[in-house]
Design a protein around this ligand. Structure first.
Ligand code: CA
Length: 229
């Protein structure tokens, strides 16, 4: 599963440098030039991390960081602030606003990539290959295996990615189009009913261990992975 990073920065040269460097490190990047655009991209594509410039036209980055941390749906998205100001007081207010880390301009893309990796490791162990476990169902992203107790379940590659995404974000409902963005990618055209097909296959794969009940349909909304009935 590719890690998706939203870059919120109004200086085209910095955006270009970041997109280039982070894509090169294997991340998928999206760019917003202001908070309004960033807000709609967060709602659409639910990024794994936000790199957020402090000084933006209109609403400031720090206000947007506060907004993300206020909302239960976006609270867990890690935020790295980019700031041109090195003053300690500013850094403190950035961290108070909920930023997970900050980096002072000018910075090297390599340094930023290292910070991103560290923040992701703290925020979402799944992004760096840690095993996921929900209600006795285990997914090992490195060995590409799904286990229930000692039993290995046979899961197809798309179903594996779907399960990995859902297990990394349990108890949250995702619409079909959000799942397409997350599992197949935004630039791929997939019909929404394709999601239903893969969900059905995933349930069939989990059924021998009676774990199919974890993949729940939420009528009118989408799907959720939950250990609760
Ligand atoms: Ca700026």
């Amino acid at each position: 599963m590719t890690t998706r990073i939203l870059i919120v920065e109004d200086e085209p040269a910095i955006c270009e440098m970041l997109t280039f460097a982070l894509s090169d490190s294997g991340y998928r990047c999206e760019v917003a030039g202001d908070v309004r655009q960033a807000r709609s991209l967060v709602a659409d594509s639910n990024p794994d991390l936000v790199v957020l410039d402090w000084m933006l036209p209109g609403q400031s980055g720090i206000e947007f960081a506060r907004e993300l941390k206020r909302d239960a749906g976006t609270r867990d998205i890690p935020v790295i602030m980019l700031t041109a100001r090195a003053q300690e007081a500013d850094v403190v207010s950035g961290l108070d606003a909920g930023a997970d880390d900050y980096i002072t301009k000018p910075f090297s893309p390599r340094e930023l990539a290292a910070r991103i990796k560290a923040v992701l490791r703290r925020a979402s162990p799944h992004a760096v290959g840690a095993e996921l476990e929900v209600d006795g169902l285990r997914l090992d992203p490195v060995g590409h295996r799904v286990l229930a107790g000692e039993t290995e379940l046979k899961v197809g590659p798309t179903e594996f990615r779907l399960l990995q995404f859902l297990m990394a974000h349990p108890e949250r409902v995702y619409s079909r189009s959000q799942l397409i963005d997350q599992v197949w990618g935004r630039n791929v055209y997939i019909e929404e009913r394709t999601v239903d097909v893969h969900v059905r296959r995933l349930r069939e794969a989990l059924a021998p261990a009676s774990k199919d009940r974890l993949v729940q349909t939420v009528r009118g909304a989408g799907y959720r992975l939950s250990a609760k009935d």
